[in-house]
Design a protein around this ligand. Structure first.
Ligand code: ATP
Ligand code: MG
Length: 580
């Protein structure tokens, strides 16, 4: 690989469109270019990194018993209608029609189509279990594509599907993938956490996410400071706080002119917001519901949506709320309201609460849920925060932000049931196939690695996924001695199987050094005057800045050793488990 022959367009300026550092560096290092919002081209160096990540993923899938295949991107609507997801996916799905006016979509995921394939060719218990995967483009017309490859509309995913006879088998497949995923992210040099997760629209029960820690990440996670509990904030179980024992006092109407927020009324009454009940009106599909939550807490809409089992969830607009309550938002409450009321678990624990009075400029105090209004259902509906008790032990929760790079799900029989995928068991009875699905955002992982590994000069690639392990820079391409030495070392490196790039451009040395730091090769070898005069080259490590002079005859051996050392730090965690 020679820079003079490659398309490697580095940029000195920070592109205005890129908000986060990894996106800026992807563009500046000449790895990707944007075609449209959320849609990107991978330039040669970007492609090399992509291949590295894909190969790690492939090796780990294969190591744990997976077999690669390739499913179609263009998928017929009928299959999606059978699973009812043609409706569920909504606007996120890219839809198209063929010349016969038949409906298709560009696959946002592939559960339906692979289940259909299995149905045709698997019918006996003897053929199970199966772990099948592909690495391919996915299409999701995201509401807010942003941060480059992090949230694309066309992106690359590895998706694996497991097919088992029963739930025990599913658990085994799931455990394998759990290990395979841990290996993948470790080998990519990432600092990540495995957290319990919500299974969302995909369906099923048990799920884990692999979250790469980064302050710019869109995923919130909480973890215990004492035990190994860790969860996505969306699915973290909340432990209700019991308030000190109080007896219910007499309900009282209070004047709160123009004071609409919990904060304002709390200040007036000199009362802690935890003694307030907030009333939030939602539209869940076609049903209107009132959700009650303590004044100092936030509703977790994922929990709410799961609890209600609805496809769409949105807050009611203020006019609609006003017509239900005969008062403006800010003064509304649960007393006398006859739509369905669901309360968070902490609401019934307040003996004397403040609520809106359903009358402008008034609230009630000393309201008691048992006595003063009806609750149709109580559930855990709130977001958990830092410092709260751990649901598994006596520890406290810490919180962090991260990038969801992968997620694994136990689907059970959701899709086999919908698409009627069955096998015949040992006793000749028909049974539904039990499924799991497992996704890694390959392109997102690539960018997550940059988000975690960079400095002011540019990217610092973990060696396992670097576009090249070594860059060789001749300081002057006008000095024949330097050019010859650089070419020789380049040739020997290639023979030794080292992934090496020669920066043979006729540019100032400073430009080449800057580019080397920007693109982030783990090892830099400089050939300069000293090489010609004293016979030494300089070898420098990108991550630590350590530099040493080595005799040019020993350069290749020295590099081989450095590469080995760097690679060893990122070996897999788990060894092969009984794969033939
Ligand atoms: P998110 O919550 O970030 O939207 P998701 O839960 O919809 O992701 P999955 O369906 O679990 O994602 O997809 C598996 C993996 O694919 C994710 O863990 C993530 O790494 C990646 N991924 C999902 N959506 C995108 C996207 N729009 N751009 C890039 N990668 C994505
Ligand atoms: Mg997910």
């Amino acid at each position: 690989m020679k820079v003079s022959q490659m398309l490697l367009p580095t940029l000195r300026e920070v592109p205005a469109e890129a908000e986060i550092i990894s996106h800026q560096l992807l563009l500046r290092a000449g790895l990707i270019r944007k075609s449209a919002s959320g849609i990107y081209t991978y330039l040669p160096m970007g492609m090399r990194v992509l291949h590295k990540v894909m190969n790690i993923v492939r090796e780990e899938m294969d190591r744990f018993g997976g077999y690669e295949m390739l499913l179609p991107i263009v998928q017929p609507a009928e299959l999606w209608k059978e699973s009812n997801r043609w409706a569920v996916y909504g606007e996120e799905m890219f839809r198209l029609k063929d010349r016969h006016d038949r409906d298709f979509c560009l696959g946002p995921t592939h559960e339906e189509i692979i289940t259909e394939v299995l149905k045709g060719d698997v019918n006996s218990y003897k053929q199970l279990p199966l772990l099948l995967y592909q690495i391919q483009n996915k299409y999701r017309d995201e509401k807010r594509p942003r941060f480059g490859l992090m949230r694309g509309r066309e992106f690359i995913m590895k998706d694996l599907y497991s097919f088992d006879k029963d739930f025990e088998g599913l658990q085994e497949s799931y455990d394998r993938m759990y290990k395979a995923y841990s290996n993948v992210f470790k080998r990519c040099g990432l600092n990540f956490r495995i957290v319990e997760a919500d299974s969302g629209a995909i369906g099923g029960n048990t799920s884990h996410e692999f979250v790469v820690l980064a302050s710019s990440g869109e995923a919130g996670v909480v973890y215990c400071d004492d035990c190994d509990y860790a969860s996505n904030i969306e699915s973290a179980e909340a432990i209700p706080e019991t308030l000190a024992g109080e007896t219910a006092l007499k309900k009282e109407l209070i004047d709160t002119p123009n004071l609409r927020s919990v904060k304002e009324v709390a200040e007036l009454l000199k009362l802690n917001p935890k003694y307030f009940i907030k009333s939030l009106f939602y539209k869940a599909d076609d049903e209107e519901v009132l959700v009650l939550i303590r004044g100092d807490r936030e509703v977790n809409e994922i929990k709410l949506q799961n609890y209600l089992g609805c496809l769409e969830l949105e807050m009611l607009d203020s006019d609609k709320v006003a017509s239900i309550c005969q008062a403006d938002v800010g003064f509304v409450g649960p007393i006398g309201i006859d739509i369905k009321i669901i309360a968070d678990k902490e609401v019934p624990l307040i003996a004397n609460a403040v609520v809106g009075a359903n009358k402008n400029d008034y609230h009630y105090k000393n309201v008691n849920s048992e006595r003063d209004f009806k609750i149709d259902a109580v559930a855990d509906l709130r977001l958990v925060g830092e410092g709260e008790p751990c649901p598994k032990c006596t520890g406290r929760l810490e919180s962090a932000r991260g990038i969801e790079a992968g997620q694994i799900f136990q689907l059970g029989t959701k899709y086999s049931d919908a698409l009627n995928a069955k096998y015949t068991d040992e006793n000749g009875n028909e049974q539904l196939i039990v499924m799991g699905c497992y996704g890694i955002g390959v392109s997102r992982t690539l960018q997550a690695a940059i988000e975690q590994n960079h400095d002011a000069e540019g990217i610092i690639w973990p060696i396992t996924i670097a576009p090249a392990q070594v860059v060789i820079i001749p300081v002057s391409t006008k000095d024949l001695g330097q050019v010859t030495a650089a070419n020789d070392i380049y040739g020997f490196c290639k023979e030794a199987g080292i992934e090496v790039l020669l920066d043979d451009r006729d540019e100032r040395a400073g430009v080449k050094f800057k580019d080397a730091d920007l693109v982030g090769y783990p090892i830099r070898l400089t050939v300069g005057k000293k090489t010609v005069n004293e016979g030494t080259v300089d070898i420098r490590l990108r991550h630590s800045g350590e530099e040493q002079a080595v005799a040019k005859e020993e350069a290749v051996a020295a590099i081989e050793k450095l590469v080995d050392n760097l690679l060893q730090g990122q070996g897999p965690e788990f060894v092969d488990i009984n794969k033939p």
